[in-house]
Design a protein around this ligand. Sequence first.
Ligand code: HEM
Length: 442
Amino acid sequence: MLTQTVLELNDIQSGALRPRPAPYAATYILLRIDDRKVGRQLLRKLASVVAPADQPASPLRDTWVSVSLTFQGLKVLGVPQASLDSFSPEFQQGMAARAKFIGDKGENSPANWEKPLGSPDVHFVVTAISRDQEHLESEVQRVRNTYGGLSGVAVIWRQDCHALPDEKEAFGFKDGISHPAIEGSGIPGSNPNEKPLKAGEFILGYPDEIGDTPLTPQPAVLGRNGSYIVFRKLHQRVADFRRYLKANAQSADAEELLAAKMMGRWRSGAPLALCPMHDDPGLGTDPKRNNDFLFKDDPVGYKTPPGSHIRRMNPRDAKIAGVVRIHRMIRRGTSYGPPLPDGTLEDDGIDRGLMFAFVGAHLGRQFEFLQSEWMNNSEFFGGDSERDPVSGAGDGTGTFSVPKRPLRKCLSGLPRFVVTRGGEYGFLPSLSAMRWIADLNI
Ligand code: HEM
């Protein structure tokens, strides 16, 4: 008899499972803990402002705080060595140490990151998200109240984020569309063709797609109902992106088509898989239809190029080497910085981009695999040595193939449009794990 997974939603942080509101205002606050006891005291207080995932209809609907800890943070709080050793090796090493595996080389390398990102000073990652700035501020005030007056805690970095008009990211594409369905979460996915994924792909302590319960940090109260998170500040070179489109297309319509081929969706969000020849803005904004597609009927990629961003990041049922379902992720991207005014082709020197966020149970086979194999390589679909044309680690020599009859079109000289400003791996503990750590007495 098949049994449906029952997730302990009252113990899981809301931010792990719940899609962000649309539109949204959000903030990332990084804290350094200089005093172990004060750090634990803070964690206890923070546990009281974190909403559990079973309260979708609370008065704070669409407003919540998430708290994660870096490996250094767990160490500082005095988590015993045997427990520290039970975390995944990628998490133990931290994002900066994993740079060469995830394509953070050259310009993207940790030596060039914004301080203190990637440094051992980052201990707590607190995020607050809400439907607007006003609600966000009251939530941030609740967070401030937890550390205000505590000596031994320092705010070392803050990044505010906000939705750009029409839910678009800085290059102008509608974002926040495609999400997996997760068994037992009660939150529907966005693609009716995708069978819900096992909860253990995202929440530790439950069976996953391989049929195992992934290695869960020990003791069970520490690991169960937790997740790993990744946050990455990704600067977007919007003027360069626009100039590249202009230089490689003969008309405004051709520019839009090229942009869509690179992304796999029109800027409106409408997928090429459903409307390959022209945009359909109504489809782009319709959540019932804008993710209702597969790629099997388009093996060569005449509609959606295999090298486009969304087909790389989720090849769905396309023929590839490997199994798609073990490389899925929950994404929580939020934009930062103002949009570059329409039509501007020169950089204005203002920092803008995406705070990319991942939630999952497997840093290695989910986030890192996507970065190294699907984003910065093409072997998995039998392509040449191409990278993701939007977010790949371009170096000015890259190419992008657009399957076309009678001859494919090949674009060359792809520059880097996205620059890593830094980031970190975190552990998003359950509410009981937060209290367990706060109660440590070592
Ligand atoms: C600045 C960098 C990036 C930009 C501008 C960007 C933009 C987008 C946009 C516009 C979409 C389509 C809308 C949607 O489905 O929500 C999308 C989808 C997606 N992106 Fe990115 N992205 C970026 C970086 C990344 C990174 C670093 C990863 C993972 C390592 C990633 C993974 C995905 C995934 C998994 C999807 C959903 C694909 C699908 O299910 O169809 N993206 N991205």
